[in-house]
Design a binder for this molecule. Structure first.
Ligand code: CU
Ligand code: ZN
Length: 208
């Protein structure tokens, strides 16, 4: 199956003037869903939060997309720090632009699906003004930063959003893309294995 979210820089729901597409592909040759970013319009070398939010509803701009898509009712998190204890819509949490302000990147996502209970079809890709903190403060529930970390990753305002729709384009990855996506997967798995010290310096025990 093939889906995409088109970012039109002239759309009212796109104050960030982001253009391009986020593509999704699933097929029998890979267990996970390929996610491909082809976006431009970011400040050079900036990192921005990106997620799938629950509804593809633009009646109040990106606001009516509501919260991160979270059918399992878990806390916000990231593959690197929390494995599968994260929202289905958390994706890779952040994208980083190159010196031209472009993002060309693909990876395999093991939580989203294009059919069934975890289907993201008809939902919304939202790009934020800030960086997703990966849920790294989510255990500090007595602070605002901690509570938000477990909900939104403190990624900030919504600067652009686009509904995920079906397409008849074949978005199957090239061999080169599959290789790149596997490399990224190994990297996130490796980081997770020794994630005893979080990016903020906080140390978590195995029981956490
Ligand atoms: Cu978001
Ligand atoms: Zn989330």
């Amino acid at each position: 199956m093939n889906c995409l979210a088109f970012f039109d820089p002239h759309a009212g729901s796109n104050s960030g003037k982001i253009s391009g597409v986020v593509e999704f592909h699933s097929c029998s040759s890979n267990r996970e869903t390929l996610v491909r970013f082809r976006l431009r319009g970011f400040p050079a070398k900036s990192t921005r939060g990106i997620h799938v939010h629950e509804w593809g509803d633009l009646t109040q701009g990106c606001t009516s997309a509501c919260a991160h898509f979270n059918p399992a009712k878990t806390l916000h998190g990231s593959k690197q720090l929390f494995d599968d204890s994260r929202h289905v819509g958390d994706l890779c949490n952040n994208i980083t632009a190159d010196e031209k302000g472009e993002v060309n990147f693909c990876y395999f996502d093991d939580l989203i699906e294009l059919t069934g209970l975890r289907s993201i079809v008809g939902r919304m890709v939202v790009i934020h003004a800030g960086t997703d903190d990966l849920g790294s403060y989510r255990l500090q529930t007595d602070t605002i930063r901690g509570a938000e970390s477990g909900k939104t990753g403190n990624a900030g305002a919504r600067i652009a959003c686009a509904v995920i729709g079906l397409t008849n384009r074949d978005l199957h990855p090239s061999n080169e893309e599959i290789e790149q996506a596997r490399e990224y997967q190994e990297w996130t798995n490796r980081v997770f294995d020794d994630a005893k010290i979080l990016p903020n310096g906080q140390v978590v025990s195995e029981d956490d």
